[in-house]
Design a protein around this ligand. Structure first.
Ligand code: ZN
Ligand code: ZN
Length: 368
């Protein structure tokens, strides 16, 4: 097979806009799968990589792809042409954490998903007029009409599902929902406080609702997002710009919470989140902090309640297990993640990013 001519959105240097070009993609290797994209979600990680997180450039980003399999390499056995698939993050499948069902903590996570420190002899599958582009972002680079993935990050889904909006289950929605369901292990009746009502925070609300949580408090400054949080199953929504003492407010509502979930990465918010915890509670964190941020917590206060705090990657999810679980919830009407999605044509990728940055779109999905 010769090189394929596809179209891809390229970021040429830090801060540059996306530009769509005709590029060349290598045919699938023995363990690879070629997918024609139908819809790709845009995640905060795409935006921070465009604006400064040190990925090698020029690069094709995009890591919430959904599409149809066109062809597979000789060693691929579980995926076949015509399958509808959702793509997720990449992992090696063989390190200590991968073999313990924790692929989000794969020891090769950075090289495999961000191309950081990848071996120099790793030939790129993508090129523009003969110049190599960084390919394989999150094992896919799906801001393109076609992408290459492997079995480990390709999840086959049923053909009656709305394929074009399914991609975000592979990262952003999995990150919020998995944090609540997998990492925190929330059970029926438990209470939860969510700090930040974006795509990840609202996905945590959706999972808490699907698991029959008790009190669910969302702290979020944007009125539309607070309203949506309440529609999706939050029991209370607090505007931190109006409520001067958020901790006192949460305590007055429910006495405190079993679990807290921070999506903001803001140290002052994290400090409040830890203090909202009831004895034995746990704070899960996913927000990117400022580079010099430290944990703003009283150790004695944490000891007195036996509470913990931890960073969570990809919702502690095994994509092959957790994506089907979210789909089951969705089919049962308990997980309306489609309410978070706003569609844009692929050509409007910069408008989609802008709509996300100004809070107009919670989860943009690019349609091919
Ligand atoms: Zn691994
Ligand atoms: Zn993501």
């Amino acid at each position: 097979m010769s090189m394929l001519n596809i179209r891809a959105a390229i970021v040429k240097e830090i801060g540059a806009p996306w530009e769509i070009f005709d590029v060349q993609l290598a045919p699938p290797g023995p363990d690879e799968i070629l997918i024609r994209m139908v819809g790709t979600g845009m995640c905060h990680t795409d935006i921070i990589c465009r604006t400064g997180f040190p990925v090698p450039m020029p690069i094709v980003l995009g890591h919430e792809g959904a599409g149809v399999v066109e062809s597979v390499g000789k060693a691929v056995t579980k995926v076949k042409p015509g399958d509808h698939v959702v793509l997720s993050f990449d992992s090696c499948g063989s390190c200590r954490n991968c073999t313990h069902h924790q692929p989000a903590y794969c020891f090769e996570f950075l090289p495999r998903n961000f191309g950081i420190g990848r071996k120099a002899d790793h030939g790129s599958a993508l090129s523009l007029n003969g110049e190599p582009l960084t390919a394989g972002f999150f094992g896919q680079s799906s801001f393109a009409t076609h992408a290459l993935a492997r079995e480990i990050n390709t999840v086959v889904i049923a053909k009656d599902l709305p394929l074009e909006i399914m991609g975000p289950l592979g990262c952003g929605i999995q990150t919020g929902a998995g944090a609540v369901a997998n990492s925190l292990g929330l059970r029926a009746g438990d209470s939860l406080a969510v700090f930040g009502g974006g795509a990840v925070g609202l996905s945590a609300v959706l999972a808490a609702r699907a698991l029959d949580a008790g009190t669910i408090v969302v702290v979020e400054p944007t009125a539309e997002r607070r309203a949506l949080a309440l529609e999706l199953g939050a029991t209370h929504a607090i505007d931190p710009r109006v409520t001067s003492d958020v901790l006192a407010e949460i305590k007055s509502l429910c006495g405190g919470v079993n679990y807290a979930f921070d999506t903001t990465g803001i140290p002052a918010v994290i400090g409040v989140a830890i203090e909202t915890l009831l004895p034995g509670g746990v704070l899960g964190m996913v927000g990117a902090p400022p580079p010099d941020a430290m944990m703003p917590a009283s150790l004695m206060s944490m000891l007195a309640r036996g509470v913990g705090a931890k960073y969570i990657l990809e919702g502690d999810s095994e994509p092959q297990v957790f994506i089907p679980k979210m789909i089951d919830w969705y089919r049962a009407g308990k997980f309306p993640f489609d309410r978070l999605i706003k569609k844009f044509p692929f050509e409007a990728i910069n408008e989609a990013a802008h709509a996300s940055e100004i809070g107009e779109a919670i989860k943009p999905v690019l349609i091919f």
